[in-house]
Design a protein around this ligand. Sequence first.
Ligand code: ZN
Length: 202
Amino acid sequence: MKIICIGRNYAKHIEELENERPAEPVIFLKPDSAILLKKHPFVIPYFSDEVHYEVEILVKICKLGKHIDKKFAPKYYEEIGLGIDFTARDLQSKLKEKGLPWEKSKAFDGSAVIGEFYPKKNYDLENLNFQLYKNKVLVQDGNSKSMLWKIDEIIAYVSQFFTLKIGDIIFTGTPAGVGPVSPKDVLIGKLEDKEMFKINIK
Ligand code: ZN
């Protein structure tokens, strides 16, 4: 399976990183080795002094497809979830400056937290509230209403480049409030008030 991530999908997060608002979605991939194993702590990698959390809504692909029309996109996912796109921000800034690919800062081992998945029919996808708490303090508070590209548009767009396979997971971008993690921090993600993951930082 593969993990497809969307960057710069919330206007306020684009502003906080002083990025340009893209004309098309920004896409990058994480390999399956990036998945943080269930119940494992996240270990801050030695090559970064500034790893940021980015809480994101996840979509699990349930049907093989390419060149998917937006109006058929809902047939390609049954479940949604919540996760973290851990980012070595210091490294990413250096790579961006040089115009190099982001993988070392985004796709390293443990950088993809994938929480529980639940049927999409339980939710209003146009109005999904989600939060990240660090040490019980609210640090990110998002709503899918603020996405520049909605889930169906993302599926239509990415499937022009990559065949979507059963089990692939899409990270749909993070809202404002990203920030660093330190050893002993505890991160809890909630979707519509339900706890979707809990991660200890080491
Ligand atoms: Zn992200």
